[in-house]
Ligand binder design. Structure first.
Ligand code: AMP
Length: 319
């Protein structure tokens, strides 16, 4: 792993810097990319600093929107990815066209794909690392930048609820709040759902099933469900945290059918580590929050069974 200073000296060398983040972006992906780009633009007005990734960032355009990036822009450019553990998840695969690649992330380093990297899997969010980078290198922190960073931290900590939230997270947040950001408005932007999404949350609960022990839950949302309610597949992610609010549930899956008939699998846990399970199904992520893909109902059944086994073992070991 490299130091902030080493990364910053690379940044200083390049006239063009292109920032990438992961596909199906969440506030931490968009926020970490946006904050680094905006801060570097202020510090280096003569550099060309661009953000790329799929253009449709869903309901996250209040944090940032993408720039138009041409293939030629990559010539002699420095490429930085944030919040992206492995290469298939990098949004906009042109990241390979650059001259030098830096990875800044907080997922376990399963795929050390870059020329230089800063990976801290203890950090609550990639935005926490970017905030520390800005502080360490004396880069500008405006209200707009703080908003992006706070949005990412709120998103990835589930509003300061998940285990990775640390005393340091609150130190960072304190710095961000000094800029005068409206934390209630940011929290509302992230937690408000449309009426249709609320109906989908209720449907997910109706469809939820438990294993024999009552510790493991699964809810599968089909394309027909989404179409009936007029909710898109990325918008369906609002249902993911719902089962976790139920007492007694230790691990759960929310599975959403995609337009191509495969399924996006959301793994969540309050204790057992589930990232290895996700890795076995074309996915990955954090110990307590991971994502993967299932190709059919048979694979969904297998995924559920694997989660039941891991949860049972965890329960035995912790009794
Ligand atoms: P999600 O269930 O989509 O909210 O994802 C939970 C966590 O797992 C996030 O940190 C994602 O970045 C990560 N993740 C989701 N899908 C994948 C995947 N296919 N491969 C690697 N990491 C993933």
């Amino acid at each position: 792993m490299n130091t902030f200073d080493e990364i910053f000296s690379k940044i200083k060398q390049y006239p063009t810097i292109i920032l990438h983040r992961h596909t199906n972006p969440d506030p931490d992906a968009i926020g970490s990319q946006a904050a680094l780009a905006k801060s570097l633009r202020l510090q280096f007005p003569d550099k060309k600093i661009l953000c790329t990734g799929e253009n449709d960032v869903g309901d996250l355009d209040w944090i940032n929107t993408m720039d138009e990036v041409k293939d030629e822009d990559y010539q002699g450019a420095l490429v930085i990815t944030t919040d992206t553990a492995n290469t298939p998840r990098i949004s906009d695969q042109r990241y390979r066209l650059g001259d030098y690649l830096i990875k800044i992330d907080h997922h376990p380093d399963v795929d050390p794909y870059a020329d230089m990297s800063y990976v801290d899997s203890k950090a609550a969010a990639a935005c926490e690392i970017i905030a520390d980078f800005i502080e360490a290198e004396g880069l500008p922190l405006t209200q707009e930048i703080a908003l992006a960073l706070y949005a990412g931290i709120v998103g990835d900590t589930g509003r300061f609820m998940y285990d990775a939230t640390s005393a340091h997270t609150f130190e960072v947040v304190s710095r961000l709040m000094e800029t005068g950001i409206d934390i209630s408005q940011i929290a509302r932007n992230e937690s408000e759902v449309t009426f249709q999404q609320a109906k989908l949350q209720s449907l997910a609960l109706e469809k939820m099933q438990l294993d024999e022990s009552g510790l493991v839950a699964i809810a599968v949302i089909s394309q027909a469900d989404l179409k009936a309610l007029g909710v898109t597949q990325p918008q369906a992610s609002v249902t993911v945290s719902t089962p976790g609010r139920i007492k007694g549930i230790l691990t759960w899956l929310v599975i959403v059918e995609k337009e191509d008939g495969t399924y996006r699998v959301h793994y969540r846990s309050k204790g057992p580590h589930i990232n290895k399970l996700a890795e076995a199904h074309d996915g990955g992520g954090h110990e307590l929050a991971s994502g993967a893909t299932a190709h059919d109902q048979v694979e969904i059944d297998q995924i559920f069974q694997e989660l039941v086994e891991v949860t049972k073992k965890y329960k035995e070991d912790h009794e």
